[in-house]
Design a protein around this ligand. Structure first.
Ligand code: AMP
Ligand code: MG
Length: 391
């Protein structure tokens, strides 16, 4: 058995960063920027009015000053002429500031009589002009790698970047194994259950930016497993679920190795999730074999699979970040394996659930955190600061 940290090191050694592809801007949200992109223009491209009002020369602008209104500038409609010292232009937000104007008097501070305005007693101090290039200038970059968010998409749009280089989505195939499994919606026999963690993992992987597909459920026979492995093409990562312990029907490791899988490790000192394996398939795809118990599989998804996916996406080789909370109730003493306990965190206070059986998905669904209990940790008192993974 190896530690969680060592297992992650081995996993990262098997992981290849994926190549990039170009997507239209409208598809870039949530993707990882592959190479830096740079602004193709200044924003704003001209100095622009920040308010609705009157554009004048700032020199001499004071209560009582009078101006002749000689024209109008609106967003998308510049005023072409030059504005003289006793002249004003009616101007609106977003309009280019005409030559001769360096201040916008907001309309509330002006009394207008025909084509003449007089600045009123209350005169706002602001100049209300957005300088050209005040947001960004041509050549300004957004650096990679970066997980693109809606605000980045808006910024790239403003920079006139219509196509975005992103890391290709990892292609993941998920294989459930077991004679007892049927698909949701099917009528299970009296000794059967519904395949569940494959769907949880697919959801988790899609959230993390993968293209994740489910292979047909493999039965606990060599022939069925071999047929399933045969379907694994055009895949960066194969995730098998179940069949990985030492029972008579646990054939996944054996079949995979007979088909040329180079095994990197098997078994980890953690709870839940001890029978985890990883390696490289003959066709070059990475394989992670997860334990079948629903909670074990999903916890291993958080602890091992998500960091691997992030590494494939060029986001670095790091464990899932941990947060800190205070125990709201004591946490039990731990044995020799690192324990990921289902827990609930609210307002920085964490409580573990009493029943930690690794088959209980209902408890996992109620949990929003996995408390990390280090090996051989003594019982921890209320108020102790602990580390957890948000889930
Ligand atoms: P195994 O690792 O194959 O011995 O499976 C351990 C436990 O997990 C057994 O109770 C299986 O029925 C269950 N199990 C295995 N695969 C799945 C799956 N895809 N969905 C739900 N339960 C599963
Ligand atoms: Mg099984």
């Amino acid at each position: 058995m190896i530690s969680v940290t060592d297992a992650l090191t081995h996993l990262f050694a098997l992981t290849n960063e994926l190549p990039s592809e170009t997507v239209p801007l409208g598809r870039a949200n949530g993707r990882v920027l592959a190479t830096a992109v740079s602004a193709k223009r200044d924003q704003p491209p001209f100095s622009a009015s920040a308010m609705d009002g009157y554009g004048v020369a700032s020199e001499g602008a004071a209560p009582g000053a009078k101006y002749a209104v000689i024209g109008e500038a609106a967003a998308g409609h510049a005023f072409d002429g030059i504005v003289g010292s006793r002249e004003a232009v009616r101007i609106f937000t977003g309009a280019p500031v005409p030559e001769g104007v360096d201040r916008v008097i907001i309309q509330e501070d002006v009394v207008r009589d025909g084509d003449v305005i007089t600045i009123a007693d209350r005169l706002d101090k602001g100049f209300h002009i957005r300088p050209a290039g005040g947001d960004f200038q041509v050549g300004q970059t957004i650096n990679a790698p970066r997980e693109l968010r809606p605000s980045d998409v808006a910024l790239m749009a403003s920079m006139n970047i219509a196509n975005v280089p992103v890391i290709r989505r990892p292609k993941v195939a998920i294989l459930s194994t077991g004679d007892e499994l049927v698909m949701p919606g099917e009528a299970p026999g009296p000794d059967q259950i519904i395949a569940s963690n494959s769907f949880g993992l697919q959801a988790m992987l899609r959230d993390a930016g993968c293209e994740a597909r489910l292979l047909p459920i493999a039965r606990d026979t060599r022939a069925s497993l071999e047929a399933a492995f045969d379907l694994v093409d055009d895949t960066d990562l194969l995730i098998t679920i179940g069949g990985a312990s030492v029972g008579d029907h646990d054939l996944v490791g054996d079949v995979a190795q007979n088909l040329g899988m180079q095994r990197s490790f098997y078994k980890i000192a953690m709870r839940p999730g001890k029978p985890l394996m990883a390696g490289t398939l003959a066709n070059g795809a990475m394989m992670i074999g997860l334990p079948g118990n629903p909670v074990s599989a999903l916890v291993c998804g958080h602890v091992f699979v998500l960091p691997v996916v992030r590494a494939m996406l060029g986001l670095g080789q790091a464990p899932t970040p941990r947060l800190i909370a205070k125990l709201a109730a004591p946490a039990p003493q731990n044995g020799p394996r690192e324990h990921y306990m289902r827990a609930h965190v609210a307002h920085g206070e964490l409580t573990t659930f009493d029943n930690q059986d690794s088959s209980l998905l209902s408890v996992l669904s109620d949990a929003n955190a996995l408390l990390v209990c280090p090996p051989n940790c003594p019982e921890l008192a209320v108020g102790t600061e602990v580390q957890y993974l948000p889930i």
